[in-house]
Ligand binder design. Structure first.
Ligand code: ISE
Length: 343
């Protein structure tokens, strides 16, 4: 039967997820929506068929008409809502970050282990981006030999006037940290973080340009630039330097324009535009995994936790201006096998 999905959060991300799932994902429908702004929830619900607007996120999760839940609410609310889904045995796709600290994410991993089956997926959607998947395939083909160095660039067009470095780390750099772990197949063992405020118009504690330097197992390294006031547009790229060559994400397919003696292509405005295909493919994969009982091919709660173990260390490194060692806990067996919930 069609998977009845409840969405929590009708802001730009939640609205996009709801409309993507309604419009592009076969086998699923938006059955419920919640947002503290009920007007916004009603507006998104009206564009997604017969979705019910709930007055409380926990009521949505508990309701028997909801089979699975998609969390796109503010970062600080994620962990509590994921626990509620687990208590009701409901599969959940939670937007990154899974929690705002590793400790919070570990509690979710422990709760899932007590249940004994994987119900949690995390919205680290670059694992579904065609350009990143092309890098993964090239690396797996052996074309450049063993991957040694991950080089990530992550640029947002503009930053709110006040954005401390630790928020940029948990809200933005978490993607690049996951990409480094995923593409290299290694775990981070040490981090060093430098950060600057790029203009006086930003509040004194804003750090809108960060440079992360990571050491990983397997003798691997990573450097990540996260700039959230790049002005010119939204751009993400990843390069893996291997033993015998390098492989880099290509540009998303867009028109090349020649005009006024210039050649140019548009730069996306934001992540919704740049990763639209990845978001749809992530939702389709999640829907398929829940309906089929096969493992979700995206990030698990363990991946969400591991990324936060690194972001915790990055925040310490930012504050101490020193290198910080990162623990590498052993991955529980639950996250090794292809097991997932049945609906
Ligand atoms: C946002 O929440 C995202 O997840 C985007 O992918 C990222 O580029 C942006 O910096 C975050 O704020």
């Amino acid at each position: 039967r069609t998977l009845a999905v409840g969405v929590i959060g009708a802001g730009s991300m939640g609205a996009r997820h709801a409309r993507n799932l309604h419009q592009y994902v076969a086998g699923a429908q938006i059955a419920g929506l919640y947002d503290p702004d009920s007007g916004r929830a009603r507006e998104v619900a009206a564009s997604c068929g017969e979705a019910t607007v709930f007055g409380d996120p926990l009521a949505l999760i508990a309701d028997s008409s909801i089979d699975a839940v998609l969390i796109a609410s503010p970062d600080a609310t994620h962990a509590e809502l994921v626990h509620a889904c687990l208590q009701h045995g409901k599969p959940v796709l939670c937007e990154k970050p899974l929690a705002v600290t590793a400790e919070g994410a570990l509690k979710i991993v422990q709760a899932e282990q007590e249940i004994g089956r994987r119900l949690v997926g995390v919205g680290l959607m670059r694992r579904f981006d065609p350009q990143h998947l092309a890098v993964e395939r090239a690396l797996a083909s052996g074309a450049v030999g063993r991957g040694l160095l991950f080089k990530g660039v992550h640029r947002n067009a503009k930053v709110p006037q006040h954005l401390p470095g630790e928020v940029v780390i948990t809200n933005s750099a978490v993607h690049d940290i996951d990409s480094a772990r995923w593409l290299l197949g290694q775990e981070v063992t040490q981090v060093f973080v430098s950060a600057v405020r790029t203009r006086d118009t930003l509040s004194a504690d804003t750090r809108d340009m960060l440079l992360l330097q990571l050491q990983l197992t397997g003798g691997c390294l990573a450097t990540i630039e996260v700039t959230v006031a790049a002005d010119y547009g939204y751009e993400v790229s990843a390069e893996i330097v291997g033993v015998s060559g390098t492989v880099t994400t290509g540009l998303p397919m867009d028109a090349v324009i020649r005009s006024g003696r210039k050649t140019f292509t548009d730069v996306p405005a934001d992540w919704l535009e740049r990763f639209q295909e990845a978001y749809i493919d992530e939702l389709a994969a999640w829907t398929h995994s829940v309906r089929s009982g096969q493992a979700f091919s995206g990030a698990s709660a363990w991946d969400g936790y591991q990324a936060l173990v690194v972001t915790d260390a990055c925040i310490l490194a930012l504050k101490s201006a020193a290198a910080v060692a990162v623990p590498t806990p052993e991955r529980p067996a639950l996250y090794d096998r292809a097991v997932s919930p049945e609906v």
